[in-house]
Write a protein that binds this ligand. Structure first.
Ligand SMILES: C[C@@](CO)(OP(=O)(O)O)[C@H](O)COP(=O)(O)OP(=O)(O)OC[C@H]1O[C@@H](n2ccc(N)nc2=O)[C@H](O)[C@@H]1O
Ligand SMILES: Nc1ncnc2c1ncn2[C@@H]1O[C@H](COP(=O)(O)OP(=O)(O)O)[C@@H](O)[C@H]1O
Length: 284
């Protein structure tokens, strides 16, 4: 089973409060995209989980793909079933586009079918939340307005523009951003109708820029060309376009020190589209 694993963008990200466990309450608009990793799953009968090729900076036991598979093991129909997974990585890691969370969600969705676990999407999303706040949106598989830490999801139909995504050459620590005392933590909650018509801003932007001069440089450059935004806690920035040619043109002139990609927004996750096709094709 070969499935795409998409990136998300946070079209805005408001921090509305802080919980007693230290985590922050958010309101965000998740837009799914067609910018994807690819995962191939091959069931084995040795009860083992393998991931190839190795990622030098990421031991297998820390890989969210491995953690997702281990989380699903108790629900397998046959306890001897394992899986060999090949990961074709395209999405930059730790860039605020949710690649790790997306890979975890794709693994939960694939193995729920291949291991015949029979869990509902909501149960898979609840399980996935243990791995990261962004896992549920990828499991549920639609662009969504999210609240809580990102697990209270209301599916939405968004426009599907093209995006230029750029990645400054630095790694933003999400923990450092959320512990900065200057972070805005009291944005008044908005209603979904407001979110869909008027949008919002990214409350993390100023703190991210303060700690990461490379993000500041890239933000200033992108801002010259339109309404530049930060996704999640960065480091990636993005700009939307009505047509692909304009996005490609700006990508071609992006300074070489920054990675840059063009993709399109989508309302249904490419994982779900491919999984549904696989299920249809493999019906007995
Ligand atoms: C900010 C968001 C928005 O989509 O995206 P990313 O930039 O990571 O993609 C997510 O909510 C990121 O959630 P998640 O992926 O679970 O965060 P982690 O990297 O595990 O969080 C690192 C640390 O940040 C703090 N943290 C994280 C999320 C949150 N809602 N409140 C927090 O206070 C916690 O101290 C946590 O230990
Ligand atoms: N399969 C994976 N792909 C990417 N990152 C992973 C994966 N498994 C674990 N990680 C870890 O999760 C961190 C966050 O990754 P990612 O979801 O890509 O970024 P972000 O949370 O910034 O959107 C990475 O820095 C990496 O250490």
């Amino acid at each position: 089973m070969k499935l795409p694993s998409p990136a998300k963008l946070n079209l805005f990200l408001h921090i509305t409060g802080q919980r007693s466990d230290g985590y922050h309450d958010l309101q965000t608009l998740f837009q799914l995209t067609d910018f994807c990793d690819t995962l191939t799953f091959d069931i084995n009968e040795q009860d083992s989980v393998s991931i190839s090729p190795d990622i030098l900076t990421l031991p297998t036991s820390d890989n969210l793909i491995f953690k997702a598979a281990e989380l699903l093991k108790p629900y397998r129909k046959y306890a001897y079933h394992g899986v060999d997974i090949v990961l074709e990585k395209q999405l930059p890691m730790g860039g605020g586009i949710g690649g790790g969370s997306s890979n975890a969600a794709t693994t939960l969705l694939a193995l729920n079918t291949l291991w015949q676990c029979g869990l509902s999407l909501q149960t898979l999303a609840n399980l996935g939340l243990q791995l990261g706040a962004d896992v549920p949106v990828f499991v549920m598989g639609t662009s969504a307005f999210a609240q809580g830490v990102g697990e209270q999801l209301q599916p939405v139909e968004l426009e599907t523009p093209y995006f230029l995504i750029i990645k400054p050459d630095c790694h933003v620590s999400t923990g450092q951003i959320f512990t900065d005392k200057h972070l805005t933590r009291d944005t008044p909650p908005i209603k979904i109708s407001h979110a869909l018509t008027l949008g919002g801003r990214n409350d993390c932007l100023n703190v991210v820029i303060k700690h990461n001069p490379e993000v500041n440089d890239a933000y200033l450059w992108l801002k010259n060309h339109g309404d530049a935004k930060l996704t999640g806690t960065g480091a990636c920035l993005f700009l939307s376009f009505n047509n692909q040619q304009d996005a490609e043109r700006l990508r071609a002139s992006t300074p070489e020190k920054w990675q840059a990609w063009v993709c399109q927004g989508c309302n249904l996750s490419p994982t779900h589209t491919a999984l549904n096709q696989w299920i249809e094709k493999n019906k007995a």
